[in-house]
Design a protein around this ligand. Sequence first.
Ligand code: KIV
Ligand code: ZN
Length: 532
Amino acid sequence: MAQVDSTQDNMPQTSSDKNRIVIFDTTLRDGEQCPGATMSFEDKLEVASLLDEMGVDIIEAGFPIASDGDFEAVSAIASRVKRATVAGLARAIEKDIARAGQAVRHAHNGRIHTFVSTSPIHLAHQMKKSETEVLEIITKTVAQARNLVADVEWSAMDATRTPIDYLCRCVDLAIKAGATTINLPDTVGYALPQEYQHMFEQVRLRVPNSDKAVFSVHCHNDLGLAVANSLAGLQGGARQIECTINGIGERAGNAALEEVVMAMRVRADALHYDSQIDSHMLMRASKLVSAVTSFPVQYNKAIVGKNAFSHESGIHQDGMLKNATTYEIMTPESVGVSKTSLVMGKHSGSHAFKEKLKDLGYELGDNALKDAFTRFKALADRKKHVYDEDIEALVDDEIVNAHDRIKIDSLMVVAGTSGPQSATLTLDIDGKTTTHRSEGNGPIDAIFNAIHALVPHKASLELYQVHAVTAGTDAQAEVSVRLAHDGHSVTGRGADPDTLVASARGYISALNKLQARAAKGAHLAINDRLKP
Ligand code: KIV
Ligand code: ZN
């Protein structure tokens, strides 16, 4: 059995256009829909640009009617993305479709993705409409979308619990009305692989004009079958996969992009399909999505989990030393996992640092590079070994927090067994410094109280999460802090070898994001109270 290695082309020799799978990423829509995964405007732009660079064909950027924030994010992504098609989701409602059309109008290729439920359960309990009424809705709404854009996707929500005869009638009408992609989702994650494959075979066989559209899979993971079902859908004739980075999404999530991509690539002998995804970027995408949503990646997660390429048992380690193919079916490098390597020390110069960043896939502007280099030198002074992961954490922190109005000037903490623990914090807010000392129930509480005193706000803390970037007691801590205000959540990140400083950075980063939202027009009390 061959091992997929880092030198492999993105497209295998055997691939033909017929077997080229369109990757439709819905991290920013279905992924963001799951509770707690809300991303800020800037986060969404960063994720979209990485998806575009990675080779995703279609980026579903959001649900424009859902909020002004969603509309703005979809419009901005549509205007900025250079290569991928940008899709906006719309219910089968006139105003949704008009809004989605408006949001994608500046895309070089914009898609309206409209959906309606087709299953008896949804028709009876959610839609309260008859089958005939839904058929009329399909014709009307798909035609409306098609008048706005040439690229229209229609989805039969809860397709897998829809009687096949009725499903075929719906698909037939959607194609006649102008849909160019037909998506048959397993909305509730109920289907088994052979059933899902059969559904596609039947619909493609029975609908006379089925060759006029590309068929698409969209699978939820309630039974842990999302990836298996997606691949089975391809066997049934689908040629588009809807998926998300790290498999985030409603409830148990969607099919994970990295898993479907690598399954097709590693098992190209049996699955004669491939995508144009640059698999070397999978790990970076996973880390970015995990960081901006603060959804940790399960340690044993396929492809991008921390343990996906570690070998613990003696027998396995022995085999690996003799030949990596004994226990690895793909190389870590092929998915962008660099072997933790000692990179540089305090004597490394800015040129070497810049080159290292290039290797890791970062291109920073002059100012950001200067700031990142200063932080790297400070880190190298304090930390014995500086690894790739350290540099990634530091640069990610720098990128996410580059335009912050609130910055930490200094922090002094008194901790230990005999309280009270206290924090003396000086913040730079729009160029003015101000200091406050607070006590708390432990050092983190004291720091957060000091931040609260310096930047009064009504946001509530939803999540505080710490993880070590590398091994060792001098490892950098990466802290995620999620704050909620007025029904919206934002996640801030901070990295530092000192966990307390990283915590303060994480909290301040979240406040900066709330402030940025406020500046964009959301009515947050924090906006008026930023100035000391
Ligand atoms: O799961 C689902 O059915 C969806 C549709 C909106 C496509 O996400
Ligand atoms: Zn879904």
